[in-house]
Ligand binder design. Structure first.
Ligand code: SF4
Length: 433
């Protein structure tokens, strides 16, 4: 029986916060591997239940962190760079308690988080020289050549299509993997969790110029509502988590056939939990009936993707939202009983050609609808039209993923960001009193 160690590595960055973060893809692969007969263990360097940190509201919180030297290309950024997550010595002790793995599967989410994945690969290579080390995750999908050139991994998994991924991983570990039913293997934590995350489907009908979702998941694929109710039952029973985050990118698309029947099913036989929408939902699909169901089901953090109402940016995001749709969506949420503390909107900052005046106008608009506002700093994602637009001015983006970090957008446009941020804080103070 192959022994497999799943690894969710540290984050090395200027900032990181546990906003219901779970390595959902890795946990799903864990489930496939177990079903095929492998012995699977998990090392999650970001599980605050294991390593501590500072708890905040609704299961979120601050990671434990230590300062580390930034990579040379980021040395001039006037911000502290840190390693977030498990203390190194504690990881060593944790590994002492495990049988040596035959295969090690490391994930890496953001392209600019590769230093944490590389640090994990180096540590595990020293410790288990004979183990086969495999890299997956969004970084492996978006930057496979960069990952390969590091020479730290025996295999890179650049697939996002579940069947292709199962075939490739199955061939590496010598097991007949199948991609279904694919419920995340939360039991591998072996401890109650403060929060859990899950997906009802993948993909999005829009093609925004700054987003990687259409590259990773070209089609909208969803699970059946009845299957979702069962899956969520299992996740809440296994984790005991009182807070559940949806990772979907287009949760409300075609909601009459998907989200609404799921909610009705969950209300009929679910348990009381708080639901959170950190990825934002599309205002245009919020109907009064849906909002009422969401209220009854325990939704607590609702974020709407506004990004920007500037005409140019709206055209670069497929006109996914209009002022009227935002107003209608916000009104439906309020009528359903949601409070100001529960509602917010994301406003894009620093996209190519986006001006400060546009960002300020977007902040005022969302505030006028009674929504808290959060700035989301733009970052260049390989393969997207916005990334290509920047390559001529900034050719190093092509070979250095550390330059994709959205903190660089904030630092490059520091004065504008400070103004926008001050306005954002002032508006939120006004709303929340
Ligand atoms: S609507 Fe959201 S998830 Fe869909 S492509 Fe645009 S940014 Fe990405």
């Amino acid at each position: 029986v192959p022994r497999i160690l799943l690894v969710h590595p540290w984050i090395e960055d200027f900032a990181a916060y546990d906003l219901w973060a779970r390595p959902l893809g890795l946990l799903t692969l864990g489930a496939w591997l177990e079903q095929a007969g492998a012995e699977v263990r998990l090392l999650d360097c970001l599980a605050r239940e294991w390593w501590g940190g500072t708890p905040r509201r609704f299961g979120t919180g601050k990671y434990a962190a230590v300062p580390v030297e930034p990579p040379p290309v980021l040395a001039d950024v006037p911000r502290p760079y840190r390693r977030y997550g498990a203390p190194g010595a504690a990881v060593g002790e944790f590994l002492d308690g495990l049988p040596p793995p035959d295969y090690i599967l490391i994930t890496c989410l953001m392209t600019y988080w590769y230093p944490g994945a590389f640090a994990a690969a180096r540590l595990l290579r020293r410790r288990y020289p004979r183990a086969v080390i495999i890299l997956g995750g969004i970084y492996a999908f978006l930057c496979p050549e960069h990952a390969r050139s590091a020479g730290l991994f025996d295999h890179i998994l650049p697939d996002k299509d579940p069947d292709a991924l199962a075939r490739r991983l199955g061939a590496i570990v010598g097991l007949p993997l199948t991609a279904s039913p694919g419920r995340p293997a939360y039991h591998l934590y072996g401890t109650p969790l403060r929060h859990a995350a899950w997906l009802t489907g993948t993909g999005c009908p829009y093609r925004c110029d700054y987003c990687a979702t259409p590259l990773m998941y070209p089609r909208l694929v969803r699970k059946q509502p009845a299957e979702l109710v069962d899956e969520l039952h299992e996740i809440t029973a296994v984790t005991g988590a009182p807070d559940i985050a949806f990772y979907d990118d287009a949760l409300l698309a075609d909601s009459g056939a998907h989200f609404q029947p799921f909610l009705e099913g969950w209300l009929a036989r679910g348990r009381p939990v708080r639901f959170h929408l950190p990825n934002a939902v599309h205002a245009r699909w919020l109907t009064p009936e849906l909002c009422r169901l969401m209220r009854r089901a325990g939704f607590t953090t609702i974020r709407l993707g506004l990004e920007s109402l500037a005409p140019d940016l709206r055209s670069r995001s497929g006109f996914k939202v209009s002022a009227e749709e935002m107003a209608r969506g916000a009104a439906a949420l309020r009528e359903a009983g949601f409070s100001t503390a529960e509602l917010g909107a994301y406003i894009l900052f620093g996209a190519p050609e986006q001006t400060l005046a546009q960002t300020l106008a977007d902040l005022e608009f969302a505030h006028g609808l009674g929504l808290q506002v959060s700035l989301a700093a733009w970052s260049p994602i390989p393969g997207t039209p916005d990334f290509d637009r920047n390559l001529t001015a900034w050719p190093r983006l092509a070979d250095e993923p550390l330059l994709h970090n959205n903190t660089l957008t904030i630092v490059r446009r520091a004065e504008e960001y400070q103004l926008a941020r001050r306005r954002m804080l002032a508006l939120n103070r006004k709303l929340l009193g």
